[in-house]
Write a protein that binds this ligand. Sequence first.
Ligand code: ASP
Length: 327
Amino acid sequence: MRSQLSVLAGLCLLAAWSVASGEKLMFGIAIHGGAGTMPRAEITPELEAQYRADLAQALDTGYGVLEKGGTSQDAAIAAVKILEDSPLFNAGKGAVFNRDGEVELDAGVMDGASRRAGSVAGLKHVKNPIELARLVMDKSPHVMLIGPGAEEFALDQGMTLVPNSYFHTEKRREQLERALKGDRMAAIKLNYFGTVGAVTRDKQGNLFAATSTGGMTGKIPGRVGDSPHIGAGTYANNETCAVSATGHGEFFIRSVVAYDIHALMDYKEMSLDKAVNEVVQRKLKVMKAEGGVIAIDSDGHIVMSFNTEGMFRGARDSAGRREIAIY
Ligand code: ASP
């Protein structure tokens, strides 16, 4: 009897130790600020420092929410809002212009626990599209709302709208002018950088994915990218992973990138690492589709992968990892 009790006590100690060491209960966050061909000449040391500072602020804010026991949802939204408010990234303020010189914004969120999702597209007046995507998920019977209907819903929910000029920046205006002049390469180079996203796992083990973007410079008005397409640019499922993508949206939609990573883990029992590698480094490359993803699995393991020159990114977890990187 006594030996059985001591075995039991030993097992309890072991369980307590593995929880304390964070083996199974690891929480963490990864963020991205877009992937693409990075013209090194355009990123001065000062500008790089600004990018890193805004990424750090988003990363640490999201991590802080998780550390205090907040939900994966609150952490991801808090991080993405900071990147939307930064003029450096192609989301919210500082987003790219469409062909007509207007900003049109898309965003999507998915909750890995309930598998509920919300997304918005073609917004012209919502300061933080990621907030509206969350409201679509939480307060509407739908998954996706677009254009004026989405903005009316935003007003109904008590959000204040801003003029389109709030989003405008000189840098993006120049990019549009170059793109319209037929400097296609310049447009492509500067395009893919800047979509923002976050994936999180909280202390309860719940996963969440959030992505927000202005799309592509010079796009035809009404064009919608992969970010708000659940399964393409954004996906989360507690059983497998949460994924947020950035890259050439048309390819990412056709390849159903985020869901594909989930499906490889689900049906083929691949690790997150292998699944991401298969999709980003093989499948997308075969299609000549440029971009990358950030992802977190049900154990809190973070993977960030891209097939471009760089991807603005950051990762932080309860095991002590903290990194911010561009190339
Ligand atoms: N994926 C975004 C889109 O096609 C663009 C980007 O990631 O920069 O809308």
